[in-house]
Ligand binder design. Structure first.
Ligand code: ZN
Ligand code: ZN
Length: 257
């Protein structure tokens, strides 16, 4: 069975359906999922869902879009929440210079503060990255010791060359619906270049809906379409992709049972 390492049932469009979505996980070939926070309120919702359901875990953190909302209250909450055995990572945190919803200097500051926080809490990080690959690489190299508990680049959209640089930092690479898009020209090479022990799968639902459901909401069950695509790109049997990615998810996110 698969693990969706990046879902947002905390999103208002899915929150009301969360109980039913989680209830059908087994028949949807899903062993576990991680709801990822993007601000204080969504992190709290992730935490609450993780307390309610066995196969649901949570990450808490502030997305670069929301970096301007970061404050001590949120960080204090993340610190205390992280003691819980269902909180598997700090995320999603990072840089998004495509949308620039928060000023770039604030994004960078808040990313580094949360990287530091994750390290002090002995947790891995889930990184969101768009249009700031070189800067992120530089920041992570400068702060390599803060990655002692690992990290994943979610919905990795960079080049093969960049992937090789990030790989030197022992990061994981997570792929979602974007690898099924028809215009994803370099995606087969990027997925193929990912070391098999660093490969993760995700949906990022309700965003990033895979083919053939594009234009509609995304759901955790569609991770099966992502797994099939990863199997075809790597030339590995689907069963092998399932085994590898589930094992990798449990290696990085150690609290997943
Ligand atoms: Zn993201
Ligand atoms: Zn996300």
């Amino acid at each position: 069975m698969l693990i969706d390492t990046h879902a947002h049932l905390n999103d208002p469009r899915l929150f009301a359906q969360a109980h039913d979505i989680i209830g059908s996980m087994k028949e949807d070939n899903l062993e576990a999922l991680i709801n990822v926070g993007y601000d204080y309120a969504s992190s709290k919702d992730s935490y609450d869902l993780a307390q309610k359901y066995d196969n649901v875990y949570a990450a808490v953190g502030i997305h670069p879009h929301d970096a301007k909302t970061a404050d001590k209250g949120a960080y204090d909450y993340f610190s205390s929440a992280s003691a819980n055995n269902k909180i598997v990572a700090i995320g999603e945190i990072g840089l998004d210079f495509y949308y620039d919803h928060s000023p770039r200097d604030i994004q960078q500051k808040v990313f580094l503060e949360q990287l530091e926080l994750a390290h002090s809490l002995k947790l891995p990080v889930i990184i969101h990255l768009r249009d700031a690959y070189q800067l992120m690489l530089n920041l992570l190299i400068e702060n390599k010791q803060k990655l002692a508990f690992g990290g994943a680049l979610h919905c990795y959209g960079g080049s093969v060359e960049m992937l090789r640089e990030f790989d030197k930092l022992d990061l994981y690479f997570s792929f979602g619906g974007a690898i099924t898009f028809k215009n994803a020209v370099n995606k087969p090479n990027v997925v193929k270049a990912t070391p098999l022990d660093r490969l993760l799968l995700e949906t990022d639902c309700p965003y990033m809906t895979p083919v053939p459901h594009r234009g509609k909401l995304n759901y955790p069950k569609y991770i099966n379409l992502v797994a099939e695509k990863a199997a075809s790109f790597t030339g590995l049997p689907l069963q092998k992709i399932e085994e590898i990615t589930t094992k990798n998810a449990k290696t990085l996110f150690k609290k997943i049972k």
